[in-house]
Write a protein that binds this ligand. Structure first.
Ligand SMILES: C[S@@+](CC[C@H](N)C(=O)[O-])C[C@H]1O[C@@H](n2cnc3c(N)ncnc32)[C@H](O)[C@@H]1O
Ligand SMILES: [Zn+2]
Length: 399
């Protein structure tokens, strides 16, 4: 059996990308600064070094020599839920990727022949406050869209013959989530992008999108089973007359009041769970109660975020049938491990820490399936590396 091709995974987090790449047949070595996230990856059986990518030497020559790299730099400088200062944000991870890449190729010119970068869609979008006038007056220092066009792409073009960025929707690849991310594939030759396997409606060879209800079948069980995760209470009371749920598109206003569970009729013969979520983010805590949710049980989840702000969902709602009508009993936020399932992780993935730490690990992750389909699409391009890889493996101790 030939050894698997190794991937150096920068900004590895809790291991979403690495898990998917392993499923595609690669071996991975991840680098992650956050000790807890790195520990999650190790507990999941992945190789993760706790190190700061600023310190390139810490990555180790054997790892830097890897022919395939993955990088998921932090999204805060580009995300539409932040200030979007792009290159002016000190958390910008692109310069670290370029520095590590240059150092690796100084050690071994054949290092990093293929690089896949994952980023939020905001990296492509201009920021009106920067005054760039949608790129007419480029401001690469203050606008993500200008930074991408005038800095990131040219930097990649200098280092790779082929560079292409595409926005992919995770639901189109069987992830139960409408998560859109930009993937930038860089290499020595054109990349054959993976075809979608799913669509909103099943047509031809395409399967229908996987829904929240299908991904979380255990939600049909009572929500009493899980009250705590990461040490904090999850349940919130219903402090308003319980509206009827069950009709697709029904709107709700969620309560932000902290408190104990509202006790429902636990013995009711017909209980069920639905999931509510989506709705426009009111951007301010004071306006949180204005957020409108809808029943999302029968569609893929909205994007799973790294922070749980205000009353942002999704929520699970338990209902019972009274006189033929479904009436809400209880409501709680989805737990990190349930959100993990909506990202495509196994339900028992070893998330660590308190609830916000777990939330961050889950929401930061690349859905493993996305890394897997991109990794599988890359495999045929790597056959020419085989001979080379074997000699590199034996000379550097890479496994
Ligand atoms: C978008 S998340 C990565 C998610 C990960 N690829 C996954 O699939 O689970 C970005 C990660 O970069 C880490 N990070 C940020 N700056 C770093 C640095 N200088 N060195 C190492 N890790 C860093 C953060 O702690 C965070 O976990
Ligand atoms: Zn711009």
């Amino acid at each position: 059996m030939t050894a698997a091709v190794k991937v150096l995974d920068l900004f590895g987090g809790a291991g979403g990308a690495a898990l998917g790449l392993e499923m595609a047949g690669f071996t991975t070595m991840s680098v992650e600064r956050d000790g807890l996230a790195s520990k999650v990856a190790r507990l999941a059986g992945l190789d993760s070094i706790e190190a700061d990518i600023n310190n390139v030497r810490k990555l180790g020559d054997g790892n830097l020599r890897a022919r395939v790299w993955w990088a998921s730099p932090p999204c805060q400088p580009f995300s539409t839920s932040g200030k979007r200062k792009g290159a002016d944000d000190e958390r910008d991870g692109f310069p670290l990727v370029f520095a590590a890449l240059d150092e690796a190729r100084r050690i071994d010119p054949a290092a990093c022949q293929w690089l896949i970068i994952e980023q939020v869609v905001g990296v492509l979008q201009h920021r009106s406050k920067s005054g760039c006038r949608r790129g007419v007056d480029p401001k690469p220092g203050a606008c993500p869209g200008c930074y991408f066009k005038w800095n990131i792409l040219p930097e990649l073009d200098r280092r790779f013959r082929y560079v292409e960025a595409r926005t992919l929707l995770a639901a189109d690849y069987g992830v139960p989530q409408k998560r859109k991310r930009v993937f930038i594939v860089c290499g020595p030759a054109p990349f054959r992008w993976p075809e979608a396997t799913h669509a909103e409606k099943s047509t031809g060879d395409l399967l229908p999108w996987v829904t929240v209800g299908e991904a979380l079948p255990h939600l049909v069980e009572s929500c009493d089973a899980i009250r705590h995760e990461g040490g904090q209470a999850q349940a919130r009371p219903l402090d308003m007359p319980a509206p009827t749920v069950g009709t697709k598109g029904t709107l709700f206003t969620a309560s932000t009041t902290e408190g104990a569970w509202v006790s429902g009729d636990r013995n009711a013969s017909k209980n069920r769970m639905r999931v509510i979520g989506a709705g426009r983010n009111p951007q301010s805590k004071a306006l949180a109660h204005t957020r409108k949710f809808r029943d999302i049980s029968d569609e893929p989840s909205p994007t799973v975020c790294a922070v749980s702000v205000g009353n942002r969902g999704p929520w699970s709602v338990s209902e019972k049938q009274v006189n033929g009508e479904w009436v809400q009993l209880q409501k709680r936020r989805l737990l990190p491990r349930e959100l993990g399932v909506l990202q495509g992780f196994p339900a028992d993935y070893p998330w660590q820490g308190n609830i916000s730490q777990r939330h961050r690990q889950v929401g930061n992750a690349v859905p493993p399936r996305m890394a897997e389909v991109l990794g599988r699409a890359l495999m045929p391009e790597l056959t020419y590396l085989k001979q080379d890889r074997m000699s590199v493996d034996s000379s550097t101790g890479m496994s």
